[in-house]
Design a protein around this ligand. Structure first.
Ligand code: NAP
Length: 320
């Protein structure tokens, strides 16, 4: 099969399309024919070599995919050859024609969800779910600011919060991105490139502020987030790309909490529960991954450059 291989950490061009042996499933494993692979920022951090996770070289990137079961091990019970599935983790990497997975890391893909959309579920939706419910303990009736709502995690968070009965405010940096955020369920949309947009948030909440802020770029926003919270508000740091100075007094006066999260820390049983909720949402149509761009697998380097650029519009996926 063809697969993207990384033989040294470095710039996007270290990713090469190569011929490698087809994977064979062990007893508890499934091989999935990848119809689309999701591109996440973490794939780019890992490829660059700066992430705490450093796979043994050479490796194939990617954890997320939508596809069809190609073969199953002798002990596999939940799937048979031909089933439509999405993948949340792969032993061999999803930037490939075939992906080897543990049965537990594969989930049914409802008919109404395309393979490309299925490639956008794993990391983004599990992260948004964990942040909103696991960390912030957000409840119906609360106001949630999705700070960076136009990308993979942001769109997922908007849909999850809206379906759970929260008042949703989302931000985007481009007009197209903001239109997407509104279409996917935000009650109000703000422009995080405009200077005074967080003052508008105060106006939208009668001066109370947001109960929960899901933060995609904490090194830019965390200080102002603390000032934009309601009393007893919670920030969840999801994305961060540098350092920031904060004024703890803003948190103090509100008795605010800053939660941080990493999907890598979530226990397997909790991830199983999260994905059970995600499958239900995909079936019901409350969760609708948005694919902004499909690129051929051979253009993985371009996908990695673009996923790190501003102007997000849902997910970028690679098609073998
Ligand atoms: P993505 O699809 O590239 O989206 C990035 C988002 O950040 C876009 O909505 C973008 O908006 C927004 N953004 C850019 N500048 C911003 C600003 N000044 N203020 C607020 N938002 C801003 O990435 P993603 O997959 O959604 O992931 C988002 C972040 O979370 C990434 O840093 C990623 O590494 C991280 N992440 C962390 C975990 C974890 O476990 N902690 C898991 C998944 C992802 P515009 O492009 O419209 O400006």
């Amino acid at each position: 099969m063809k697969a993207i291989r990384v033989s040294e950490f470095g710039e996007p061009d270290v990713m090469r399309l190569e011929e490698v042996p087809d994977p064979q499933p062990g007893a508890t494993q499934v091989v999935v024919r990848v119809r689309a692979a999701g591109v996440n920022p973490v794939d780019a951090y890992v490829r660059g070599g700066a992430h705490t996770r450093r796979p043994t070289l050479p490796y194939t990137p990617g954890s997320d995919a939508g596809g069809v079961v190609e073969s199953v091990g002798t002990e596999v019970k939940r799937f048979k050859v031909g089933d439509r599935v999405y993948v949340r983790w792969s032993l061999s990497g999803t930037y490939a024609e075939l992906a080897l997975c543990e049965e537990a890391h594969v989930h049914p893909l409802p008919e109404r969800v395309s393979f490309a959309q299925g490639a956008g579920v794993g990391v983004p939706y599990a992260t948004a779910h964990r942040a909103l419910f696991g960390r912030a303990q957000a409840r119906a009736g609360e106001t949630v600011l999705v700070h960076g709502a136009s990308g993979g995690v942001g769109v997922a968070a908007v849909q999850l919060a809206r379906a759970a009965g929260m008042a949703v405010v989302g931000t985007g940096g481009t007009r197209e991105g903001r239109e997407l955020v509104a279409r996917e369920g935000a009650h109000h949309v703000l422009d995080h490139r405009s200077p005074d947009y967080l003052e508008e948030l105060a106006g939208l909440t009668d001066g109370r502020g947001a109960d929960v802020i899901l933060e995609m770029l904490a090194n830019v926003n965390l200080d102002r987030d603390l000032g934009a919270l309601a009393r007893f508000g919670r920030v969840v740091v999801i994305g961060n790309r540098g350092r920031i100075e904060i004024n703890p007094r803003d948190g103090m006066t509100r008795e605010a909490t800053v939660h941080c999260m990493s999907l890598f820390n979530v226990a397997p049983a909790e991830l199983d529960s999260i994905h059970a909720a995600l499958v239900a949402g995909l079936e019901a149509g409350t969760l609708r991954p948005v694919v902004g761009k499909e690129l051929p697998l051979a253009e993985a380097a371009r996908a990695h450059r673009e996923v790190m650029e501003p102007g997000s519009y849902g997910k970028i996926v690679l098609t073998p």
